[in-house]
Structures are given as structure tokens and as C-alpha cells.
Design a protein around this ligand. Structure first.
Ligand SMILES: [Zn+2]
Ligand SMILES: [Zn+2]
Length: 87
């Protein structure tokens, strides 16, 4: 769960490949998703985006090299629900 808004449960999709959209409300890295990670929320979503790209997509041995960080923001709530369950 990458943000703290209870009504967003299930709306943020962090795929194992394909486009990843990180929204303004997201503060935690769902690829790390450890206790340590949740103790230190990113201050802004774009810090989180930078972390995800540097660590999980572009680094040597990154776990998710096939994920593309999408530019800009979407409202995931309006995506068709079929997209929410592809991972
Ligand atoms: Zn959210
Ligand atoms: Zn991470």
C-alpha cells in the first residue's frame, strides 16, 4: 500500500512490468514494502519516483527492468478495473 489514504486501497497498481504510475498521494515504495520503508515515507511523490527509477528499474540487477515509469499523473480510480488486477 503506497499511500495512507484508506479509500485508495486497491487503486494503486505497481506492476512487475509495463507502465507504472506513481500518483501525488503515494509516499511509500511498494517494491520495497518493508517495515523500514514504511517508517520513512518519501516526502514528495517525485522523490519516490526518483528512488523507484534509480533502484528498482535502472540499477545493476534491478528487479523490475521492464517497468516504465510513466510521466505525469493519472487518476487511477478512473482506469478500467481490469487494469487493476493484471499483476
Ligand atoms: Zn493514494
Ligand atoms: Zn524501493
Amino acid at each position: 500500500m503506497p499511500c495512507d489514504k484508506n479509500d485508495h486501497i486497491g487503486t494503486h497498481v505497481w506492476p512487475k512490468e509495463g507502465p507504472l504510475v506513481i500518483e501525488r498521494c503515494e509516499r511509500y515504495c511498494d517494491y520495497c514494502d518493508t517495515e523500514e520503508n514504511r517508517k520513512h515515507p518519501w516526502k514528495f511523490a517525485w522523490f519516490l519516483r526518483r528512488h523507484v527509477e534509480a533502484v528498482h528499474i535502472k540499477s545493476e540487477g534491478a528487479e523490475y527492468p521492464n517497468v516504465q515509469l510513466a510521466d505525469g499523473w493519472y487518476v487511477s480510480h478512473i482506469l478500467p478495473s481490469s487494469l487493476l488486477f493484471t499483476c
